[in-house]
Design a protein around this ligand. Structure first.
Ligand code: AMP
Length: 222
């Protein structure tokens, strides 16, 4: 079977990270979230973290050249030999072109781009209630999926917080970055014949059932 390389695509807050994490656990594949990779650099105050911080806090995309090397290094690691799940990358057509070039050098390509979409009011409500664990990155929602104990991660006991870029005043900037720069990836992947769209308005488990069925079909057809 060819290597399973999945791209999770969609606006911020649509729930793609939650779906990607579930699938990664199920398939025992690495879940590569560029947002998480950057937040880790921020936390460790690395040179890359310092370069990315301003963009992230303003809700803007980090420039392609800072993102691409980070991802290329990560997907070259041994744990990606069986495949991997990209969450939040590519976010521009140029990023996909870099990815395609790197993959084709090894006779590989993206198996599918799973595109999640939901009405804007759903997205805004999801982002503004989102709480993230500082220690392990687990995600909660203040109203729809709260932690058992306020401010404490159920998974690891770490502290949960609201990301700076999840604050209401940053959300419209992130959505406009998405519309202008990431949105064009939808027709781009459709033209390549690898786009699969999911209605992300429903509950996590319902959507996950559809994701799992699609990926099982993909594996059988491979
Ligand atoms: P996320 O956790 O996916 O919402 O990402 C948080 C922030 O990290 C984004 O708003 C961007 O500033 C930055 N970021 C993550 N992935 C990318 C990417 N592929 N290209 C550019 N910036 C990114």
């Amino acid at each position: 079977m060819s290597k399973l390389i999945l791209v999770f695509l969609g606006p911020p807050g649509v729930g793609k990270g939650t779906q990607a994490a579930k699938l990664a656990t199920d398939l025992a594949l690495p879940h590569i979230s560029t947002g998480d990779l950057f937040r880790d650099h921020l936390k460790r105050d690395t040179e890359l973290g310092q370069k990315a911080k301003g963009y992230m806090n303003e809700g803007k995309l980090v420039p392609d050249e800072l993102v691409v090397d980070l991802v290329m290094d990560r997907i070259a690691a041994d744990d990606c030999n069986e495949g991997f799940i990209l969450d939040g990358f590519p976010r521009t057509v140029a990023q996909d072109e870099s990815l395609e070039k790197a993959l084709s050098a090894n006779d590989q390509k993206v198996s599918a781009a799973l595109y999640f979409d939901a009405p804007r009011e759903t997205i805004v409500a999801r982002i503004s209630g989102r709480r993230t664990c500082k220690a392990c990155g687990a995600m909660y929602h203040a109203e729809f999926s709260p932690t058992a104990k306020d401010g404490v991660c159920d998974a690891c006991g770490g502290e949960t917080y609201q990301r700076v870029d999840d604050a209401a005043e940053k959300v419209s900037e992130r959505l406009s970055e998405y519309d202008n720069k990431t949105g064009p990836l939808v027709p781009h992947y459709r033209e390549k014949g690898v786009l699969k769209q999911f209605d992300a308005e429903g509950g996590v488990d319902d959507i996950y059932g559809q994701v799992k069925a699609f990926v099982e079909g993909l594996k059988q057809g491979a």
